[in-house]
Design a protein around this ligand. Sequence first.
Ligand code: SIN
Length: 463
Amino acid sequence: MSQIKVNNPATGELIEEVKVNTTAEVELAIENASTAFDSWKKVNAHERARLLKKWYELIQLNKEEIAKIMTLENGKPLKESLGEVNYATDYIEWYAEEAKRIYGRTIPAHQDGKRIVVTKQPIGVVAAITPWNFPAAMMTRKAAPALAAGCTFIVKPAEETPLTMIRLVELAHEAGIPEHVVQVVNGPGKEIGEVFTSSKDVRKITFTGSTPVGKLLIKNSADTVKSVTMELGGHAPVIVAKDADVDFAVTQTIASKFRNAGQTCVCANRVIVHESIVDEFSEKLAQEVKKLKVGNGLEEGTDIGPIINKGGYEKIVNQLEDAVEKGADVLTGNEYEANYDKDCYFVQPTVIKNANLDMTIMHEETFGPIAPVISFKEIEEAVKIANDTPFGLAAYFFTEDYQTGIQLYEQLDYGIVSWNDGAPSAAHVPFGGMKESGLGREGGTEGIEPYLETKYLSIGNVE
Ligand code: SIN
């Protein structure tokens, strides 16, 4: 394959062909990034901040155009693409500021005549592999802290959505960030991933994507002892306690569950509702979900775009069929449409009730617009269901009772816990998961640390 065909998942139309980089070209990109690191690391923090701010401004100036590219290649509704461009630039703005706050410290010495100093320095060349579901934000939340720290950065976007990334990198160069300080390479993940992980010059791999691919990247990074940051799969529970504000919980569950047609790592995947309110909650949820309009993301009023590809579509349909076979009641949805010739797939947003723990959907990430509702009696049972997964990315709960709230917060084994809030993501917070959902955090003050080495200087014989 010498070209990637980028198609519109809503229509099957070819948008553009993108050249696949050869192994030699990826190796050259790494070599260039390595050479560029020698000068970029010496650019002072205020200048790096200024360049990042300029990048932020250029993306904001071109945001309508970028959002349109994103909707064309990813399918998400234009309003969500615009939201994502803002979210993506939030990371750049935040880390432009953080560049100026990479502090070291001094430590009181244990002997006379000694001084102890701790400093931070950039880790080196960073290689990133980013997913199709957030073509802009998953890149900027890696690139912005890396560049702010003084690292050079190479990114390989998902084959489904390289166009947004190519535009973002063009704008970075237009902003004055040198060509070899931020680069994009295109091609199959496996091949490029191997070039990245086997290179001695790449000092860090940062990845957002599936847990199996993350595990492979971690294994392959071992030989050269690279630093890794992994943002992997999720299987988010939503617990609705008996004292929850039901209407509010419904709105927030929809915000979480149906963002990007359910193709989000932090999407609600299991809705666990107290038995006393499960009927009311499920009916209200179904009523609201019925109003969501499925279609082409470029069309006004679309809430749910297409499913990205055949693999994603078949996984959703299989989970749905399995749930119905095992006794789930469909309250709305359970309709889907595949055009295999055009490679276009749509799934109606679906609410199913009476889900049980034998169903695949209760154990595997769906990455689609299906909300399975299961009931519980005691809060301990809800916590047990919620934690019964190898994943630990995001968990949501709804309660008006602070005792229940604190208990849930403390007992849920998740990196992101959201109390009465269906939208916890932001540039200034630490995003990431426990268990097989990942390693490290992105965003916030935590998000720049993985791009920095800590260096300690011991000075002796001071008069
Ligand atoms: C993801 O799905 O990986 C990211 C979602 C977010 O940043 O909110």
